[in-house]
Design a protein around this ligand. Structure first.
Ligand code: 2P0
Length: 329
């Protein structure tokens, strides 16, 4: 196959990934656990073009920036190297990558997770590699850490691993949950996750505490998931997110992703709990807040939080997968 199309969804971590042990192999300092969503998909088509002299990356119908194109070319180089050692025809060909995100720009959802997960699946197929989900998860990791988890449907655990072979995501059973995404500010974040992680590891006095406690939280979270214990899953989610932000805020120069409105959402979620509605908040490297709840209570949670920003209820979605190319148009 010289053209392939894949679709992938972003994921939201309940135990966060924040810090790398190895930047080249993209090995995380600790494992993490997330829910792949049923919204905001990325659809990517990779078409080999043996006559081209460089890769082309089209994002949302327009030429991507040189920086974005370099990232895609580096990723395709990994796929080409692998296809070359498998003696695949066309293994050195350049490609046209056409990618579309359903997430509105600035929805605060990591398009790098769905983006590299879709690219990994489509590029592997286009270059004739027959990889299983674990191998695709490892490949996606090389593009962006969080993409590792978007290969998995629903809840997925990314094992930190000791090396390239052992650092991948796999499914884990857990309680049913919905997520209410509260977009408090649709603007771009000022410090990228990659830079924020570097700075936290280099300057935050709390970094080692963050890494150690995350490894413990992941064990507890795995047990809570397997037991179907929604309450414990929620409690660990909220404390893990706040620990990540505490470590980040202690950087020098400091980084603060949460705004006063974000904190107001955490307060509103606490208020919901005092009223007997179990909801728990988390936030990534930006001001938007994601609230987990039992599916039957998601509407009530969304209604309570609607004053703070745009709200959208999402649930568990599929792992990255191939789709017929003609559907991508
Ligand atoms: C996560 N985030 O676990 C954490 C929580 C943001 C906050 O993974 O450098 O885009 O490409 O591996 O995966 C966002 O960072 O960073 C992220 P790279 P990535 O979802």
């Amino acid at each position: 196959m010289t053209t392939a199309t894949a679709r992938a969804h972003p994921n939201i971590a309940l135990v966060k990934y924040w810090g790398k042990r190895d930047e080249e192999l993209m090995l995380p300092a600790a494992g993490s656990l997330s829910l792949t969503l049923d919204a905001y998909a990325t659809t990517t088509t990779v078409s080999l073009d043996p006559s081209a002299t460089e890769d082309r990356f089209v994002l949302g119908g327009a030429a991507a920036t040189p920086g974005q194109t370099v990232q895609v070319t580096r990723f395709l180089d990994l796929v080409r190297a692998r296809a070359g050692s498998a003696a695949r025809a066309d293994s050195s060909a350049h490609a046209v990558v056409d990618s579309r995100n359903e997430a509105p720009t600035g929805a605060g959802l990591a398009s790098s997770a769905s983006g590299f997960a879709a690219l990994a699946v489509a590029a592997a197929a286009a270059y004739g590699l027959d990889l299983d989900r674990t191998e695709l998860s490892r490949l996606a990791r090389r593009g962006s850490g969080s993409a590792t988890r978007s290969l998995v449907a629903g809840l997925g655990i990314w094992h930190a691993g000791d090396d390239d072979a052992s650092s991948f995501a796999e499914p884990i059973e857990g309680p049913e949950m919905s997520m209410v995404i509260v977009t408090v500010d649709p603007g771009q974040k000022k410090v990228s996750s990659r830079e924020g992680m570097r700075r936290t590891a280099a300057t935050s006095p709390y970094y080692s505490g963050w890494v150690d406690s995350t490894a413990r939280s992941l064990e507890e979270m795995s047990a809570a998931c397997r037991a179907g214990d929604f309450t414990r899953v929620g409690e660990i989610t909220e404390s893990n997110a706040l620990r990540m932000h505490a470590a980040i805020e202690a950087c020098e120069p400091p980084i603060r992703y949460l705004r006063s409105t974000s904190v107001a959402v955490f307060d509103a979620v606490e208020q919901l709990r005092t009223r007997g509605i179990e909801a728990y908040a988390t936030a990534d490297a930006g001001p938007n807040v994601v609230v987990i709840s039992r599916p039957a209570e998601a509407e009530a949670v969304a209604e309570h939080l609607a004053d703070h920003g745009d709200v959208r209820i999402v649930g568990a979605g599929p792992g990255a997968h191939l789709i017929p190319t003609e559907e991508s148009a």
